[in-house]
Design a protein around this ligand. Structure first.
Ligand code: FES
Ligand code: FES
Length: 167
């Protein structure tokens, strides 16, 4: 029996140690918001947070996790789409087909927590996710909307966990 802390909950499940985290999330835990694109850490569709850092879950085997890490998926970002990044995405109609957008949003939320007012170069360096619909310009514009929200909105970027901690 394996254990992981996902979206603030302790989850137990059966999986082989070499199973990528992406498939644990999707198949064992039914968290299907995280998508499979390439399987080789290139597209970013599978991006989740591990202890606040963006990770491409398709290449992260279960055996590499202790069970103590705080894993957050798109489902754990907010209960109702109220996270500032999600609101900016809705305001600017960022998604087209939507397939890449969970990973895109997770990469952006991680960036904004470390760089609340990122430059274009910061965005280019941190958000390397691939979008075949070409939403890159709107992604950039939505990041600027969140950044312009200032300190009050930035405080809301923190993801709350059940034990009272944030990442
Ligand atoms: S599916 Fe993981 S980076 Fe493409
Ligand atoms: S919105 Fe379609 S792949 Fe990005």
């Amino acid at each position: 029996m394996a254990k992981l802390n996902v979206n603030g909950k302790a989850r137990e499940f059966e999986a082989e140690p070499d199973t990528p985290l992406l498939w644990v999330l999707r198949e064992q835990l039914s968290l299907t918001g995280t998508k499979y694109g390439c399987g080789i850490a290139q597209c970013g569709a599978c991006t989740v947070h591990i202890d606040g850092a963006p990770v491409r879950s398709c290449v992260r085997p279960l055996a590499s996790l202790s069970g103590q890490e705080k894993i957050v998926t798109i489902e754990g970002l907010s209960k109702n789409g109220s996270h500032p990044v999600q609101k900016a995405w809705a305001k600017l109609d960022v998604p087209q087909c939507g397939f890449c957008q969970s990973g895109m949003i997770m990469a952006v939320t991680a960036l904004l927590k470390t760089k609340p007012n990122p430059s274009d170069a910061d965005i280019d360096a941190a958000v390397t996710n691939i979008c075949r619909c070409g939403t890159y310009n709107r992604v950039r514009a939505a990041i600027k909307v969140v950044a312009k929200g200032g300190a009050t909105k930035m405080a809301k970027l923190a993801i709350q966990h059940a034990d009272g901690s944030t990442t």
